[in-house]
Design a protein around this ligand. Structure first.
Ligand SMILES: Cc1ncc(COP(=O)(O)O)c(C=O)c1O
Length: 432
């Protein structure tokens, strides 16, 4: 008898968390690591939100609450959806979750029948691909191209839609690429969905980085386009916008009130409710007049760091990096480095069972961590299917500028260290 259910063993993971013990191993040797692995803003929680949480706890708001979410937060989300995206929604369309991540699994559980196809971008947040087979779905990756700023057109999407397509995941601004779709791209994507998809196909628009856009660009949602609100679940939360990852506060706005009620019942079955003191503070976070300046300051800091890091990466021989328009990641192409230091050659010589868990960019990622004390993520960490031959790293810029500059120095040194790489391969660390 097997211990675990067959279905759950199909699950993958988010390596940005999994790499933690490897970082700890290096630091235990007294060699501090520059951590560009985690997707979490490095700022303190904004003061006005901290004050609101404390006030809620002092008022004793620490009991169970409405499983759909407290009315103040649902109203604040609905209002933000109206003003920022022009959506015709009320608090009844909104459901609160413990973070932006849980709806990824819960929606697939709710909408997929066995064999239904799920289209999702690749590279992308790894949880999309991880959960699809667990929910009985068939993963259909839409490979993003560097030459198109890591976005895609309606035409490319059209080629993947079949009568079995049930969900389509979108994520702009994107993790890991920082890609942001233009209005024209979104319009062409929406036109294809309207034209080729049944009305019960759901678009999951992950807009968790909605406020983190650079160069005075504005966030655009596919739900704002004609006839798209009725097919789209818009998901966001407080983790990135308010540097509040530990608050575990996310929301989804559903196309119909009936679907929102359905998810309320899933919440009842799963976790009953999300902490009410955090929810009330999240309502303040979204609605208070302090929001605009606090978020703008953070975004400006990210933009300054992006400018330094992208220029630094492009100065390294064998690396080229697209300028991201949003989020707080850079996603450099490291093909030239993998070639030069021998990672592609070394990978080709590995046994098939090790190759299945690794890649040339994984080998370089581990080398950079263990020998040059810089933690970054490899390409495989953002969707494995069809990623062979793509050589990228993701660096999070949610670290102070001095550390980022030192990280660039370490990367530049590692990129030339062919001998060091050969010695590292002898040690046999091929995955984390
Ligand atoms: C694209 C994307 N969606 C969802 C999440 C999950 O956010 P949360 O921490 O609110 O669960 C993340 C976090 O990294 C993300 O990058």
């Amino acid at each position: 008898m097997s211990l675990y259910a067959e279905q759950i063993l199909k699950i993958d993971t988010e390596n940005a968390f999994k790499i933690g013990p490897c970082i700890a191993e290096v630091e235990k040797q007294g060699r501090p690591v520059i951590k560009c692995n985690l997707g979490e803003p490095d700022f303190d929680l904004f003061d006005y939100i901290r004050t609101a949480i404390k006030a809620q706890i002092d008022q004793g708001n620490t009991h169970y609450c409405d499983p759909q979410g407290v009315i103040n937060l649902r109203q604040a989300v609905a209002k933000q959806m109206q003003t920022m995206r022009g959506l015709d929604v009320s608090a009844d369309h909104v459901v609160i979750f413990p973070g932006g991540k849980p709806p990824i699994w819960m929606t697939q559980q709710a909408y997929l029948n066995p064999g239904d196809e799920v289209i999702y971008p690749s590279p992308a947040f790894p949880i999309y691909e991880s959960v699809i087979p667990v929910c009985g779905g068939v993963p259909v990756p839409l490979h993003l191209k560097e030459e198109q700023g890591f976005s895609f057109t309606g035409e490319e999407l059209a080629g993947l839609i079949t009568p079995k397509t049930k969900m389509i995941f979108l994520n702009f601004p994107s993790n890991p690429t920082g890609g942001v779709a233009t209005e024209t791209q979104l319009q062409s994507i929406a036109a294809v969905i309207r034209d080729k998809c049944d009305e019960n196909v759901r678009v999951f628009s992950d807009e968790i980085y909605e406020y983190i856009v650079f160069d005075d660009k504005k966030h655009l949602s596919i739900a704002s386009l004609p006839e798209m609100q009725q097919r789209t679940i818009v998901v966001s939360g407080t983790s990135k916008t308010f540097s509040w990852t530990g608050g575990r506060m996310g929301w989804a706005v559903f196309p119909t009130v009936e679907e929102a009620r359905f998810f309320k019942n899933l919440n009842i079955n799963l976790f009953s409710c999300v902490p009410p003191y955090n929810q009330e503070a999240a309502a303040v976070a979204l609605s208070a007049p302090q929001r605009e300046a606090a978020v703008a300051k953070m975004v400006q800091t990210f933009q300054q760091r992006r400018d330094v890091v992208v220029a630094g990466l492009n100065a390294i021989d064998g690396i080229h990096c697209v300028n991201p328009s949003g989020a707080f990641y850079v996603f450099p192409n490291i093909s030239g480095v993998c070639e030069r230091i021998g990672a592609i050659e070394a990978f080709a010589k590995l046994p098939a069972e090790i190759q299945a868990k690794s890649s040339p960019s994984t080998l370089f990622q581990l080398f950079v961590l263990f020998k040059h004390q810089l933690a970054a993520m490899d390409r495989n960490s953002f969707g494995r299917i069809g990623s062979a031959g793509q050589h990228y790293l993701r660096l999070s810029i949610a670290t102070d500028l001095d550390s980022l500059k030192e990280g660039l120095n370490r990367l530049a040194t590692a990129a030339e260290d062919r001998q060091g790489f050969a010695a590292f391969m002898q040690e046999g660390r091929h995955f984390c």
